[in-house]
Design a protein around this ligand. Structure first.
Ligand SMILES: [Zn+2]
Length: 169
């Protein structure tokens, strides 16, 4: 079902799939693209302003893990590994929650949500994810935190620069 999206510059576009619009470059994610290859697109959804939160989306439109091609499978795990390493080394993120579901209205994308101390008051494990995201969206949308989030995006982008080199080695 098509949905209307308001772009940062005020334009309203109608898209079938938000992830397609993002990964094709029609919509520029706030803070910019963290990493992009011919197969995948890495960005942060700043609607959930958590420093170091990353969304890893395929460029192709599909839903199931079992639909990844051989090439995509290899790059997918290498990308997760690399992103995780940069989260730890550059942002000091000690734990990450990963989630992905196939009954989404967007297409194939993995959330990598850093686990911070403040999140534990909202519960632990999978049942705390939604409260954590909502808390960030509703209570952390201030200028100072946004600045920190965008800084995190820039730091991760810098860290991802040598990803291709490593793949070729
Ligand atoms: Zn799509």
């Amino acid at each position: 079902m098509p949905r209307q999206i308001t772009l940062a510059d005020g334009r309203v576009v109608e898209v079938e799939c938000l992830s397609c619009a993002l990964t094709s470059g029609l919509i520029d994610p706030t803070g910019g693209v963290i990493y992009e290859s011919s197969l995948f697109h890495v960005h942060q959804d700043v609607a959930y302003p958590i420093r170091g939160l990353v969304i890893l989306a395929s460029k192709r439109h599909f839903y199931g893990m079992d639909e990844l091609t051989d090439e995509e499978q290899l790059e997918f795990i290498s990308l997760i590994h690399k992103i995780r390493k940069e989260q730890r080394n550059r942002l000091g993120i000690e734990k990450v929650y990963y989630f992905y579901n196939e009954d989404t209205t967007h297409h194939f994308h993995l959330w990598m949500v850093p686990r911070y101390e403040w999140m534990y008051q909202l519960g632990s494990s999978v049942e705390s994810l939604r409260p954590v995201l909502l808390h960030a969206r509703n209570h952390m949308n201030d200028e100072e935190n946004m600045k920190s989030v965008v800084e995190g995006i820039n730091i991760l982008r810098d860290g991802m620069k040598d990803f291709n080199l490593k793949m070729k080695r």
